[in-house]
Design a protein around this ligand. Structure first.
Ligand SMILES: [Zn+2]
Length: 361
């Protein structure tokens, strides 16, 4: 046993050490806490660059002006950030889907005197006549020609400035000036990816699919009336498990509003995928405990479906695995924040939880 005096003196030493260096210790603790947060946020930003609400508005307006989906614009900016296409294929880049019709005029102003009769008197007036001479006319498509055009217009073609949104805004502003006539058109999703190799095509498609899931600005009105086709195996349309519904969607809880439906049954009751899809997440996640997320694709209207199965006791699938409607993906459990064995089932449409009842027969 240690001598009580030794213990006291050690404690005193520690106390005096803390008293002396408390501010350094505080900084150290702060740094230790910040490191994982920093690493995490860097990783998230590198993997999934987010768009700000402001940027998103521009992408949306570009979408309205063209027929291209807003997430394609974001994808293209991701392409630019990644620099992948440019490095590997300098002629395939963010601007390959921009077609710029450009005309520049020289305006020649000539003073002219005209005479007219006002109240029986001859009045002479000086007017300015304008003549528009086309000095430059070109159709630019592809990164290099557009970059050259932009440079000639004193646009700073830094990497940061070469986004769809910035370039189209710049050209739009020029178009409002007298000496320019500029029209930009954007090719369709199909036209864009036409010349891509298979890897690029897959990558492009995957990014378009995944972006609405991770983008906080993606919009969906949960009050909008949805009539899901319950015969379509590509959208959630079966019960994920047998049992008793113990909690409905929208119920008010102490800390939150319930975003799914709870189905209670015995431990190890099989849990089934409610639609065909790809497993995008398998693991533990806070209150959800062991949970699985399945991505069911994006329909022709651009609507994305994801389902979540939480509080599982066991997983039967792995991330990336393709599943069919009705496949067993896991077993019911009581993991995470749960007060009894049940399944928390959630459906997210464009990232927003909706009432699963709409998708249940
Ligand atoms: Zn729940």
């Amino acid at each position: 046993m240690a001598d009580p005096l030794t213990i006291i003196s050690t404690a005193t030493t520690i106390t005096s050490f803390i008293k002396k260096y408390w501010h350094i210790l505080l900084i150290l603790i702060f740094i230790i806490i910040m490191i994982p947060i920093l690493i995490f946020s860097i990783a998230i930003n590198v993997l999934f660059p987010q768009v700000s609400r402001e940027e998103f508005k521009t992408y949306k307006s570009l979408t309205e002006e063209t027929d291209i989906s807003w997430d394609s614009f974001v994808v293209y900016d991701v392409v630019r950030l990644d620099n992948y296409l440019k490095e590997n294929k300098p002629n395939e880049s963010v601007f390959d889907f921009l077609l710029v019709d450009f005309k520049e005029y020289e305006i020649i102003e000539t003073e002219k005197e005209i005479s007219k009769i006002v109240d029986g008197q001859i009045v002479t007036e000086t007017i300015i006549e304008k003549e528009y001479l086309v000095t430059r006319e070109l159709e630019a498509n592809g990164y290099t020609p557009i970059k050259e055009l932009l440079n000639s217009l004193d646009y700073v073609t830094s990497e940061d400035n070469m986004t769809v949104k910035k370039v189209t805004d710049f050209l739009k502003n020029l178009n409002e000036m007298e000496e320019y006539e500029i029209e930009t058109t954007i090719l369709s999703d199909e036209e864009i990816s036409e010349d891509f190799d298979e890897i690029h095509k897959e990558w492009f498609a995957a990014l378009i699919e995944i972006l609405p899931l991770i983008d906080p600005t993606s919009e969906f009105d949960p009050d909008e009336f949805i009539i899901p086709d319950l015969t379509d195996p590509d959208i959630p349309s079966i019960w994920p498990a047998g049992g008793t519904v113990t909690s409905e969607f929208g119920e008010r809880r102490a800390t939150h509003i319930h975003k799914g439906i709870d189905i209670a049954n015995n431990t190890s009751t099989p849990i089934r995928a409610t639609a065909n899809g790809t497993v995008i997440a398998v693991g533990s996640s806070g209150n959800f405990g062991r949970r699985i997320m399945i991505y069911h694709g994006t329909d022709e209207n651009g609507t994305t479906y994801v389902t979540i199965y939480a509080h599982l006791s066991e997983f039967k699938v792995g991330a990336g695995e393709k599943v069919d409607q009705g496949d067993i993906i896991g077993l019911m459990g009581n993991t995470g924040f749960s007060t009894g064995t049940h399944l928390h089932y959630e459906i997210r449409v464009n990232g927003t939880p909706v009432n699963p009842r709409m998708f249940l027969p």
